[in-house]
Design a protein around this ligand. Structure first.
Ligand SMILES: C[S@@+](CC[C@H](N)C(=O)[O-])C[C@H]1O[C@@H](n2cnc3c(N)ncnc32)[C@H](O)[C@@H]1O
Length: 303
């Protein structure tokens, strides 16, 4: 594990990187905005159930017998979540890991209790990461987990949870924040007026076939040996729906111009983005509810 933000470049990690989205200033800024929208929706960074398991903030626990609680954010992106947690929990040790740290600020600009390192969540953790953390958090790894079928998504979700479980101390907590894509819906400002939105309707029908594994994350956690697994639902707030929708359009445009650039699929997606933007001016948007899944590693559990 790297001990500081050893990388700060526009280049992806030399490890195999199949991430479908970009990492330039547009992508980083989109993630930043999205982070604040998530916080307004959930009302917390760390789920209260988990936050309550941590010792009180004062006094700092830094002696050998009671080291500060350690929290890891896996697939940390631009480290936004960690930076917010650092403000509310200054006496914790925060570690961020991602396959690429290209979107993170230089470590000199981060709070001193944040340390970053590159790590592919599908690879084995190094010895110094094993059973090291009181809390492991991950968010928005949908594109990494989603496969061609529900079973493929479930299998990848199991791999992810098994890997994250290894990082947790026995008795530690996992928090996974994700999009409930399969429960997406159209929100209309005036339902009676039924503003026509044929492109959004088509887009939605495809979206609703995706991410069925999200609904089954409690099952995945239990199969992997975790306890007290719970899925908490967060509906779209109407006052944030337009901003979330625009943020998602930016993500789809990023995919069309990035991973799908020069392909027929990319051209179609770019066209869909433009049409959905036009349709949204009549007061209709695509909304995707959010979920937070929490679970604990049994106290007597082995690695
Ligand atoms: C949609 S972003 C979410 C970032 C952050 N969690 C957030 O909520 O702002 C997904 C992140 O997953 C990272 N990622 C992709 N594949 C990964 C892998 N195999 N291991 C670790 N991180 C990965 C990407 O580099 C990207 O930063």
């Amino acid at each position: 594990m790297a001990t500081s933000a050893s990388k700060y470049s526009d280049q992806p990690s030399p490890k195999q990187d199949t991430y479908a989205l970009g990492r330039d200033f547009r992508s980083a800024s989109r993630l930043g905005h999205q982070h604040y929208l998530w916080h307004e929706t959930l009302g917390f960074h760390l789920h209260p159930l988990i936050a309550n398991t941590l010792p009180p903030v004062e006094p700092p626990r830094s002696d050998e017998k009671s080291p500060p609680p350690r929290i890891a954010d896996i697939a940390c992106g631009s480290a936004s979540w960690l930076r917010s947690v650092a403000l509310s929990l200054p006496h914790t040790q925060l570690n961020g890991h991602d396959i690429s740290l290209a979107q993170c600020p230089p470590h000199q600009w981060l709070p001193v209790n944040i340390t970053l390192g590159d790590w592919d969540l599908f690879s084995s953790p190094t010895e110094d990461m094993l059973e090291r953390f009181d809390v492991v958090h991950t968010r928005l790894i949908f594109t990494i987990v989603e496969g061609q079928t529900e079973d493929e998504g479930l299998a990848t979700a199991r791999r992810v949870v098994s890997g994250l479980l290894k990082l947790l101390k026995p008795g530690g907590w996992l928090q996974w924040d994700e999009l409930d894509v399969a429960r997406s819906f159209l929100l209309r400002a005036d339902p009676a007026a039924e503003a026509p939105a044929p492109t959004m309707e088509r887009f939605l029908s495809v979206l609703k076939q995706k991410g069925k594994w999200v609904e089954r994350l409690v099952e995945v956690m239990e199969e992997t040996g975790m306890q007290e697994a719970r899925l908490w639902r967060y509906e779209e707030r109407k006052d944030l729906a337009k901003q979330f929708f625009e943020n998602n359009l930016m993500k789809d445009e990023e995919m069309a111009n990035g991973a799908l650039r020069g392909t027929e699929e990319g051209r179609r997606l770019g066209d869909t983005v433009e049409k959905m933007w036009d349709e949204s001016r009549e007061g209709v948007v695509v909304c995707t509810p959010k979920v937070v899944v929490t679970a604990t590693k049994p106290k007597g559990a082995m690695r």
